[in-house]
Write a protein of this length. Structure first.
Length: 371
């Protein structure tokens, strides 16, 4: 039985991230394979899935670099781990076992158009991590090409595997109490994510403001996320655009409620200027929501035929598409059908299972040929 190690620091109670979803589904796939797995975390890590042969090991360290480069390698030696998966672009530079990295995107380097010493240092570090890795997983072809271009890695060292959509994301009835809890109203357009500038939520607000007033009376725009630092600026923009009556900031949606909130929305919108994958859009498609994504980054690749793709920087394009979806039930129903078909391509067996295949190959486990 091989022993796999996984960096689980994204698994934090009351904080939902796409990387955390990725880690959880990979660990579930490892357990389903029957392998032993140790999830390494810190004092905040919480992993409550009752999975056979999966254990959580919390490591103490005075700072993140110490955790990465000293505490973790020591633990890998202690636990006799044969392959380690990092859900980040970084990993231990010196490790007692092969290390597999994950590149979701590299947009944190030079974010917002900046170029400085910090970005030079980040690029150099990322190149070092990539050279040391035995293999690299990229969420999309977009992310793979970015890694090849910016980190100088060979394309054949980067395996493209989408992020798994959890089995809980299926069409789910929305209880009346849940609708009231998040102030969703009778019909709503939904965004789920953080409020960083590249998410382009300000453009979504402006598109909402450009809709006919009668549509804003009937429908609400729900901007769900726990990003309390950036939320006030968007709330101020909503007031400036006179949208406070039709725009709701409910905070984060609890994991248990999220499938139902996706399922009941009139449309889901992810207007990002760049994404390495765009997991909320795929989750929404799996729940039967009509999905709209921007034509930037990996979103057109990932959404494929399952979503309406729009140039979010073309004047009036997003507003016109929203207006059409809000008044045409047939258009929404067509997107619902296409979205569920597309989301099936990201079932755990096709995504997290392929990550485990790669870990097994790196560990030297012979591939099983099914005849």
């Amino acid at each position: 039985m091989i022993h796999l190690g996984v960096d689980g620091r994204e698994l934090v109670a009351d904080r939902r991230t796409g990387i955390g979803r990725y880690v959880r589904e990979v660990v579930r796939a490892i357990a389903a394979r029957g392998w032993r797995c140790t999830v390494y975390g810190d004092g905040r890590t919480a992993f409550d899935d009752a999975l056979p042969r999966v254990t959580l090991a919390r490591l103490s360290a005075p700072a993140t670099p110490w955790w990465d480069q000293i505490a973790l390698p020591r633990a890998l030696v202690r636990d006799d781990v044969q392959v380690f998966l990092s859900p980040y672009y970084k990993g231990p530079i010196v490790a007692p076992c092969p290390v597999v990295l994950t590149i979701h995107d590299l947009d944190f380097i030079g974010y917002g158009g900046r170029r400085g010493l910090r970005d030079v240092a980040l690029t150099a570090a990322a190149r070092l991590y990539a050279r040391r890795a035995s293999a690299i997983v990229a969420d999309s072809e977009y992310a793979r090409q970015d890694a090849v271009a910016r980190l100088g890695v060979d394309a054949d060292r980067v395996a493209v595997t989408g992020v798994a959509v959890g089995a809980e994301f299926v069409p789910t009835p929305l209880p009346v109490a849940t609708r009231a809890r998040y102030d969703l109203g009778s019909s709503y357009v939904l965004f789920v994510g953080n409020f960083m500038p590249h998410k382009n939520v300000a453009a979504l607000l402006r598109a909402w403001a450009a809709l006919p007033a009668r549509l804003r009376t009937i429908h609400r725009l729900v901007l769900a996320g726990t990003d309390t630092a950036r939320r006030p600026r968007l709330q101020a923009l909503a007031r400036e655009l006179d949208l406070t009556a039709s725009v709701v900031f409910p905070g984060g949606i609890d994991d248990a409620d999220l499938p139902a909130v996706y399922s009941a929305c009139t449309a889901f919108v992810l207007p990002s200027l760049h994404e390495g994958f765009g997991l909320p859009a795929v989750e929404a498609m799996a729940c039967g929501a009509p999905v709209v994504v921007s034509d930037r980054g990996a979103l057109p690749e990932v959404a494929g035929p399952g979503a309406a793709v729009v140039d979010v920087q073309a004047p009036g394009a997003l507003s016109a598409l929203l207006a059409r979806l809000l008044v045409e039930p047939d258009a929404r129903d067509a997107l619902r059908r296409r979205g569920r078909t597309r989301a099936a391509d990201f079932a755990p067996a096709r995504t997290a299972g392929r990550v485990v295949d790669l870990l097994e190959a790196v560990a030297g486990v012979p591939a099983v040929v099914v005849r």
